[in-house]
Design a binder for this molecule. Structure first.
Ligand SMILES: [Zn+2]
Length: 318
């Protein structure tokens, strides 16, 4: 009797060979995992329901005292291409909620909207959606670690199953229902996997996992990790200096301080310019020029680029 679930529409399904030679090249780096997102113990309804009309939403951080952000000189993902990896056959089941398609459409909304605009102050331009896959084999372990996730990303890139050609790529692994993070205390975390032995010019895969939860909580965690993967992919770029190690990136000090953006629940991130946690609601020419360190000197914006294909593409590419 056939009781096969229909695969989720539009998403490519792949599985990895267990005995892959590439395993020998995988080198876990246990000490290098950056900062899980703690469980959302302080999502404030007043924030989540905040009306977003015309102005960026500015919110209070979860820590007191001055927040000092410094650049340690590490790399950035300055125009990230986002690869979504849904781990486990549960993602092919139409009754899985949220579904892979729910998450994909939410991620596309975030990437095509203004969410990333204030990351320009850290040298980050708007990201783009590259692709999504469902990884049906091996199954995600019921209890998973960062290294489990790093290994799958390594194998997918090393096996050319997902694109590893561009050093702007970031890989986000969505965990299926029923899986739990074995160290506990986090709903997501970002880290890197070493690709150097595989001959890639891109030596590091920058990745994150997102624990299974409601769509709102998963999108909060996704946006948190997106902001941090871009600004501090290896733990040595933009960090918060005067807070505990568990709160040393621009998402951490705004952890679970969420707002709705185009009906998607997103987490704010620290904006030095605003001295606040921010959910940007629009691209601003003035701010983009300031952050890109470009001056008009009294001339029009065509003094910077002419012709301008569209104001939108001009701003996001400044
Ligand atoms: Zn974080």
């Amino acid at each position: 009797m056939s009781d096969q679930s229909q695969p989720t529409a539009q998403v490519r399904q792949v599985s990895l060979s267990v005995a892959k030679d590439a395993h020998r090249n995988f080198q876990p780096r246990l000490g290098q995992v950056k900062i899980g997102v703690k469980p959302p113990n302080q999502i404030t309804k007043a924030f989540a329901e905040h009306a977003v009309v015309g102005f960026d939403v500015l919110l209070s951080p979860i820590v007191s005292g001055p927040i000092i952000v410094t650049n340690g000189g590490g790399s950035l993902r300055s125009a990230p291409r986002v690869v979504l990896i849904f781990w486990g056959t549960a993602w092919t089941n139409p009754s899985t909620s949220p579904s892979a398609n729910d998450i994909i459409s939410s991620v596309k909304s975030v990437l095509s909207g203004p969410y990333m605009s204030a990351l320009r102050q850290y040298g980050i331009k708007r990201g783009s959606f590259l692709e999504s896959i469902i990884l049906t084999g091996p199954e995600a372990p019921a209890s998973f670690s960062d290294v489990d996730v790093q290994l799958q990303v390594f194998l997918l890139v090393d096996g050319s199953i997902v694109d590893g050609s561009n050093n702007q790529d970031v890989y986000v692994v969505f965990m299926p229902p029923g899986s739990t993070y074995s160290p506990g205390g986090a709903r997501g975390a970002h880290s890197t996997a070493w690709l150097g032995l595989s001959g890639f010019s891109n030596k590091w895969a920058v990745l994150a996992w997102i624990g299974n939860d409601s769509l709102d909580v998963m999108m909060s965690a996704f946006t948190h990790e997106l902001a941090e993967m871009c600004t501090d992919p290896g733990g040595d770029t933009w960090t918060v200096k005067n807070q505990p190690a568990s709160l040393n990136e621009i998402g951490d000090v705004c952890n679970a301080v969420d707002a709705k953006l185009n009906r998607i629940n997103v987490e704010s991130y620290w904006s030095v310019t605003d001295n606040a946690c921010i959910v940007p609601t629009a691209y601003s020419v003035r701010r983009a020029l300031t952050w890109a360190k470009k001056k008009l000197n009294g001339k029009g914006i065509r003094s910077l680029k002419s012709p301008i294909p569209s104001l939108n593409s001009f701003i996001v590419n400044l």
